[in-house]
Every structure is written in structure tokens, then in C-alpha cells.
Design a protein around this ligand. Sequence first.
Ligand code: ATP
Ligand code: MG
Length: 555
Amino acid sequence: MENETVSKNFIEQIIDKDIKEGKCKEVVTRFPPEPNGYLHIGHAKSILLNYGLAKEYGGRFNMRFDDTNPTKEKVEFVDSIKKDVEWLGAKWNGDVLFASGYFQQMYEAAVKLIKKGKAYVCDLSPEEIREYRGTLTEPGKESPYRNRSIEENLALFEDMKNGKFADGEKVLRAKIDMASPNINMRDPIIYRVAHISHHRTGDKWCIYPMYDFAHPIEDAIEGVTHSICTLEFEDHRPLYDWVVRELEYENPPKQIEFAKLYLTNVVTGKRYIKRLVEDGVVDGWDDPRLVSIAALRRRGFTPESIKMFVDLVGVTKAQGSVEYPMLEYCIREDLKLKAKRMMAILDPVKLVIDNYPEDQVEYMEVSNNQENPEMGTRMVPFTRELYIEREDFMEEPPKKYFRLFPGNEVRLMNAYFVTCTDFVKDENGKVVEIHCTYDPATKGGNFTERKVKGTIHWVSASKGVKAEVRLYENIVDEEKGVYNEEDGSININPNSLTVIKDCYLEPELENAVVGDRFQFVRNGYFCVDNKDSKEGSPIFNRIVSLKSSFKLPNK
Ligand code: ATP
Ligand code: MG
């Protein structure tokens, strides 16, 4: 990578310019989630972008909850969001901040606007306000309350604050321009009456600021220099700028928009996930088939892999959608040299070596990761009876099948060559036992005097441990597409979860704990499930298979 010229994204270019022109001394960014749900992969992009910029420029990154709408917000989400941001490795400056901590300042800011003749109390009903607003092609109409005197506005706003009005009876509006081509500028509501308890301020307030008024104030109070948000706020930027200008902040923050991250064939919308949870299609917001950060963590993704993914996607203004296999590519890359490569049999059938001593246990030295010798070796017990994968034996093999079949010799990975001699079926014709003989001269996997074309993995039947393994596919039926056109529901893939109860694993895996990740040779990367595992009986989730359809451009 030494010769690679690192090209800066458009946000870095803006920051560089601001620094050069002396407009910005210290870069301050923030992540401003509304605590009304769990974070997903798209939020991870925003978190890592904001944190990454602060780090790159030696500045500050604030963690601030945008809790100005008490109807939808819960403490539960505050806690889960903090945990997710920490897990991603984004370190915020000082304490966690809350927009509700600035309610007093926001109130004073509203009073300031009233005093400047830039805000007024309006008695129109919500329906009338909508009607008066006009459309994209027609200008709006001025409210009959628009020209109230400053004194009257101050008194009415005070009454709003003191609970004299019912919800919806009166609002405070910015006095901007009802003929503006930008609807957001047609005297937007900046304060509303809502007699609801807030999860932090309780019943102290019965008026709450609107997002477009509150957000720039929050940024300005914190000294945020670059307020990064997603494209849907582009049309709100003139209002953002109006607020910080009219409130006369000395070093006003600058809003910059970038494109949201979308994954093809993946559900991220809260509304849809909520329904999947309520309908019991998934076992919670952290179901490993979802892409909430909690789900990705439970599935076994690492923070490093998510960072790699976000970096690969890049930051742009152009909306697009990224393929899920790119995320899979990142976790494979991350685990390739880190994860121990173990033997695990997911669909076991017994293999008996008839000429191997009955009570003998041999410990085979096995490399933990052939591509990373520093990871050392381990000793794996080998016995007369083993389990192998059912698909590694065929009674009547097709051409080019090089694994076990009657008369064929294969290599047992890290152990001996064996030749299939016989097999046993049950009354239904299912193979229940395969017999073979081994050649003691072939021990250790490096035997070269004779060649075999197939290598299969195994686990000792008496020394191995039984465990549950869960395999996943996309919860969405990709052939049908995400949404059912008729009723707008999700097209569910009925095979998205496979639970296998009786897998056999190398004995060492019995002691695996939450946070451990392994490669199970030939079967993929796995992690210990963080919800259902018990001490001494871990359950393993497949993070990703080993095969990839994804190719990095330019590689
Ligand atoms: P959603 O509706 O998907 O839950 P949201 O925009 O309502 O998302 P917020 O809590 O308001 O969620 O967002 C916090 C921050 O995360 C905002 O700055 C927002 O722009 C950003 N964000 C949300 N979704 C994405 C996404 N898909 N890609 C990148 N950033 C996102
Ligand atoms: Mg939101």
C-alpha cells in the first residue's frame, strides 16, 4: 500500500479548506442519534465517519442524544446505543450529551427570535398550517397571526411555556418567507405544545423544540464545526443556516450532507424490523439475520470488519446500494489470519477404522492457522471411531468425486490415509456407519509416497464434544425482492435459519466463550452466540461461509 496515493473524500476536502482559510481551529464532530430504536449498519457508517474525522484532525467527537421528541424516546435505547458506539471503538469526548440538556438555551433562543421580530405565535390548527403552506408549485399564504406585536408574542410564548394551552392549540413559528421556493423556509414551526413527560426532564417542560430549530442550536452550543448528516437534510440546510445566523453565533457550525448507506436486499427500516420482532419471525432486534449493530455483533462480525467495510464503501454524495457480500468479504479478511482453524462436523456420520487399536488415543499436532504460523499448534485426539461429514461419503460417486466411496483412499486431515472398505445402512436406506482401514505409515499429513486426491476432516467420536450450530441465510427471499408488492410486507426466506443440534466438534471448543471466533475448516467462520450459550455448552453461529462471490474492484 506504500505507493497508494490516499485521495481525500469530499468532506475532508471541505475541512482542509476551512482550516487553511482559518475558519476552523479544532475540528468538532458529533453523532446525534434519536434514542428511538437500535442502531444499524447505516448508523455505523455515520459513527465511524464522524469519529474518524475528529481523530484524523486531532479534534473532538461528541456523543449527543437528540432527544427533543419525548413521544418516541426511551432510556432502553440510550443504553443500547451507547453500548454499540463503544463496541465500534468510537471514543467520544467527555460525558454523553443530551439535546434535552439545552432546553433552557433553546427557549431563550426562541425568545431572542421573538424579540428580533423573527418569530411569532400562531393559532392556526395543524390542518390550516398545512393548507397555508402551499405546494412545490404554489407559494404559501401568510398566517393571520403573522404580524402580532413582539409584546403579544412574548406573552403568548410565555403562556405556552406555562401550560396555558392544550397540545396543538398554539405553535411558535419562525418568520421567514411564505413565498420561498423552499417549503422548509415557509415560516416553519419551531416550538410546539406537548403535555408529555420527557425521559430526562420529566414534566419541567410542556413545550418542545422542533428538530430543525433544535439541531443547529445543539451544534452551535457544543462548538461543532462540521455537522455531518444524510442527504435528506440538504433542503433543510437554508433553515439550519438561518437559525445560526439569526441567533448570531460567533463561529456557526456548517452542515454537510452525504449519501446514506444502503445494502441491497437487506432490511434496515425500524418499522419493518419491529414487525419481524413482533411477529416472532426473528428472536429480537439482535437476531443474527438482521443488520442492527447488536445483530452484527451477535452474528460474529468484528468492529474491525465493519470499519473496513465502511472505508471500502467510502463517503459520497451519490446515493447507491452496496452488496451484502462486500460485508462478508470484510469479515473473512479480518478473521483470515486471526481465527484458529478447527475441525467441526456439522452433519455427522460415523467412520470406524477397523484395523486401529480399540482403546488407543493418539494426539495429532495440528497447526492453528496454516497461513499464520505464529498462532502455533494444538494437539487433537484421534481414535478408532470418528465422525466425518455425511457429504464426504458416497455409495455411488459421480465422476470427479474424490472423497470416500467403497475402495477409495483419502487423507484424513492432519492424520492418516484411510481406505473405505464397507458401510452400513439402516432400515430406511440411510448410511449410518462407514468402515475403513488405515495405513500407519501415512501419519501426519505429510506423506508423499502415494498420492490421494481427497482430504476430509474429522472429529473423534469418543473425545469430541456435541454442540448446537446455527446457519443463516438472508431473511429476505432474494428472488422475490425485499418487499411484497401487494401488501408491502417483507418477502421472507423460509430457510433463513437452520439449527443443527448434534454437531461434533474438537474437544477444545467446549470451552469457547462469547467473543471467540473460529474457522471451522471447510464450513466457514463461526462465533459463540452471545445470547443462548451456556457455560461449558457454547452454541455456534455461522458468521459467513468460506466461499465468496465478491471480488474487490482492482484486485
Ligand atoms: P433510521 O430511520 O434508519 O433508523 P434515522 O435517521 O432515523 O435512521 P437517527 O437516530 O436520526 O436515525 O440518525 C442518527 C444519525 O445517523 C444521523 O446523523 C443520520 O443521518 C445517520 N444515519 C441514519 N441512517 C443512516 C444510513 N443508512 N447511512 C448513514 N448514516 C445514517
Ligand atoms: Mg430519525
